[in-house]
Design a protein around this ligand. Structure first.
Ligand code: AMP
Length: 162
């Protein structure tokens, strides 16, 4: 299908622009923090994941799903379980050069919904699947609105042409 280039009014924003819109706050815990405390941080901040730092380095990520699948189900108490026991150690990162579509692909291929972004070995933020889906939907709304306007222009006869 041929889509006119000028029909797309608003480009999908870059990873950096998306992070800037989020305020750049990164919530983190240490591997020794209790899972209960980490879950409290997630509840307070209305987020689904925290990064795990040790000696200034990212050593893992803990999400609500880790607790649901490795904590509750095995009968472990969140107050007595350290984050280090449930976190995922091999964290997949994006860089500011990744597009939103590439970030989506990383999440989809890895079957997770959180993507920390690294720039020059420095963590600059975390994107969630929700951030990416919102951006794509907003972009599609713009495209649809533009196409509608184009259709109305084509279908509405110019009275001066009578
Ligand atoms: P999520 O869907 O983000 O709740 O995560 C599902 C699983 O993938 C959990 O075990 C997480 O610890 C893990 N996970 C989440 N984000 C990442 C990531 N960026 N890199 C590696 N593992 C992750």
């Amino acid at each position: 299908m041929f889509v006119r280039e000028d029909a797309v009014a608003k480009e999908i924003r870059s990873v950096k622009q998306l992070l800037a819109g989020k305020g750049g706050v990164i919530h983190s815990v240490s591997p020794d923090t209790s899972v209960f405390k980490a879950l409290s941080v997630m509840a307070e901040q209305d987020i689904g994941a925290v990064l795990v730092f040790d000696a200034g380095k990212v050593v893992g990520i803990l999400t609500e799903r880790d607790y649901a699948r490795k904590g509750i189900i095995t009968g472990r108490s969140s107050k007595d379980t350290p984050v280090g026991d449930l976190m995922t150690r091999n964290v997949v990162f994006a860089t500011p050069e990744h597009t939103v579509e590439q970030c989506m692909a990383l999440m989809s291929d890895g079957d997770f919904r959180h993507l920390p972004v690294m720039e020059n070995s420095k963590l600059i933020g975390i994107l969630s699947m929700r951030d990416l889906v919102r951006e794509i939907i907003s972009h599609q709304r713009h495209v649809i609105a533009d196409l509608r306007r184009d259709m109305i222009t084509v279908l509405t006869p110019d009275p001066s042409s009578y």
